[in-house]
Write a protein that binds this ligand. Sequence first.
Ligand SMILES: Nc1ncnc2c1ncn2[C@@H]1O[C@H](COP(=O)(O)OP(=O)(O)OP(=O)(O)O)[C@@H](O)[C@H]1O
Ligand SMILES: [Mg+2]
Length: 259
Amino acid sequence: MDGSAKLSATDILSLHGIEVVYPNGTRALNETTCQFADGELTVLLGPSGAGKSTLLRTLNMLTRPTSGTIMASGLGTLKTAGDIRAHRRDTAMIFQQHQLIGRMSALRNVLVSRLGRHSVWSSMIGFSMAERHLALESLNRVGLFDKALIRCDSLSGGQQQRVGIARALTQEPKLILADEPIASLDPASSNRVMTILRDVCREDRIPVIVSLHQLDFAKAYADRIIGLSGGEIVFDGPPETLTDNALFRIYGAQAETSN
Ligand SMILES: Nc1ncnc2c1ncn2[C@@H]1O[C@H](COP(=O)(O)OP(=O)(O)OP(=O)(O)O)[C@@H](O)[C@H]1O
Ligand SMILES: [Mg+2]
């Protein structure tokens, strides 16, 4: 195999030899090569500092790799600023703290995701009927149609995270990345959020990549688990193959407490 990323028919994204060294010299990812296929929910597991957020941000090119190549379906190897912009437009990101604007309605927050598809001129005119329809449909998919006009700061944490998912869906993404989306939610809200992410992944046939600290949720919802430790992939496989040995590779001595 030569030194660049390759895509199979079902792969949406392919990384080859990706390394990330931050300006302060921290090596956060070592020589990472992997592919992400449509319709597959991947959970990234690993102790704090393992490189999960770095890998997610690199998949979106928010963090630029120090070396290696990334290839996206329909765009090829991401090289130019235009390719990277197009890739970001196709990639939705969901965060632990949802990053919603509290004083705006759920619908308004969801529509914000369309701004990347507007020219400066058209964004002054406003959103089209089709975009409003799409935003309402997305809120409906996450069970929040009736909350469309409610201010986000009066919604519960779980509801706010579902608005975050509706915002991601309204972007019409080819790829969804979620960095610890259930970290501050109770078990019932966490299950609801993970069920929605899994359904979106299956129904829309797109890859969904989620970082989690909760092993039980990873096992329950993932099609594939990638275990990171010290910036390296030390496990990559379906949840049923995540043995105690694999957990030890990922978490080391912490494995017993995280199991
Ligand atoms: N902007 C940055 N500048 C310098 N070092 C960074 C930066 N972001 C992360 N790091 C370092 O890179 C390594 C990987 O961090 P990363 O945030 O990717 O880990 P993580 O697995 O997401 O951890 P957590 O579970 O705590 O969120 C850590 O050593 C971290 O301190
Ligand atoms: Mg992180």
